[in-house]
Design a protein around this ligand. Structure first.
Ligand SMILES: NC(=O)c1ccc[n+]([C@@H]2O[C@H](COP(=O)([O-])OP(=O)(O)OC[C@H]3O[C@@H](n4cnc5c(N)ncnc54)[C@H](O)[C@@H]3O)[C@@H](O)[C@H]2O)c1
Length: 319
């Protein structure tokens, strides 16, 4: 029998690539998205498939979700829908709690009534990073900093999921992403530093770099290509680990280095304005991917440079 996967946030940047992977692998896919930041265009190429359905709905609405679970009867839930901005979570923590907290609990309540086999939950390795010293990387077992409501709701979600999995007899994997980049990403928030810089560089507009006195090249991040992230979802679905796993490159790169790499690949340059640090931002972030390699059989295949070239090609800016 075909596996039936409900993908929340499937019209978004990462979720749409995950839908592509499931459809290619022969799953029956129901994509649920309220299009608050996702786009129909991201899934337009899938709408002709007999194995793909899209429903515009909000995961925080219990009746709407109950109806979808009852009719589609998913065996797998892949949960990408979220409020994804650290800044928004600080400005409006109730909204963050509503989407990231209540939204997950609504799905888990549906699962109580309509049991599933497997849950893939998306968390943030960047936001849940520990304080990094020297050449350390952040490991899954480290104590996270929890310096934003977004980090708190994502972390709480991990804990809720573990409890519900035990109580309702399904297996799960928590994928803690590093900073994901690639085609379909929109420049809306701190996750979107790559498209923000790309757009500014292409349009010859000034970019902003947030720095600390001891980090003049800006915060550091770990960048992972969206195709590699979709592959991690494929593996987590067939090989659930019942634990948390980081999905990152293991490479630490300063934001100014990202900017300069993009400028070099797009063969353009524009101005950059230096500003002070932003509340809620983790200063340094780089994820150990040792667990993903050992237990999921996953490792990143696409480097930052190759991924940026793919993005340039997608944007039809020539190579
Ligand atoms: N982009 C990154 O670098 C990154 C890093 C770590 C974790 N994540 C996580 O990955 C997931 C996907 O992020 P993304 O970058 O693709 O962002 P995105 O905004 O493109 O995707 C989120 C999707 O969820 C949908 N959505 C939001 N609220 C909803 C609701 N109430 N009901 C139904 N749909 C709703 C949006 O319309 C959108 O399509 C999120 O959970 C995010 O926290 C992203």
């Amino acid at each position: 029998m075909k596996k039936r996967v409900l993908v929340t946030g499937g019209a978004g940047f990462i979720g749409s690539h995950v839908c592509d992977t499931y459809v290619a692998d022969g799953y029956e896919v129901l994509c649920v998205d309220n299009l608050s930041s996702g786009k129909r265009a991201n899934i337009a190429h899938l709408l002709d498939s007999a194995h793909f359905q899209f429903v515009e709905a909000d995961i925080t609405h219990p009746e709407a979700m109950a109806t979808l679970f009852a009719s589609f009867q998913p065996t797998i839930v892949n949960h990408h829908a979220a409020q994804k901005s650290v800044v928004t979570s600080l400005e409006d923590p109730l909204y963050d709690l509503d989407i990231n907290g209540k939204g997950l609990l609504v799905l888990l309540a549906c699962i109580q009534k309509h049991p599933i086999d497997t849950f893939v939950y998306v968390s943030s390795g960047g936001a849940l990073s520990k304080v990094i010293e020297g050449d350390e990387t952040s490991r899954e077992e480290d104590t996270p900093q929890l310096i934003s409501p977004y980090a708190i709701t994502k972390y709480a979600g991990e804990q809720y999921l573990a409890i519900y999995a035990e109580a309702y007899g399904f297996v799960y994997t928590v994928l803690r992403y590093a900073n994901v980049f690639g085609p379909r990403q929109i420049p809306d928030g701190e996750c979107g530093v790559v498209p923000i810089f790309v757009n500014n560089i292409v349009a010859n507009q000034t970019s902003v770099l947030m720095t600390y006195p001891d980090m003049p090249r800006g915060c550091t991040r770990d960048y992972v290509y969206v195709g590699d992230v979709a592959e991690a979802n494929r593996l987590a679905t067939i090989r659930p680990l019942n634990t948390v796993v980081n999905i990152g490159s293991g490479e630490e790169i300063a934001i100014l280095d990202i900017y300069e790499t993009i400028a070099a690949i797009f063969e353009k340059d524009s101005n950059i304005r230096i500003e002070g640090p932003r509340a809620g931002d983790v200063k340094r972030s780089v994820l150990s991917n040792a667990r993903a390699k050992a237990r999921l059989g996953w490792q990143p295949q696409i480097s930052l440079e190759v991924g940026l070239l793919a993005l340039k090609k997608e944007m039809k800016l020539g190579l």
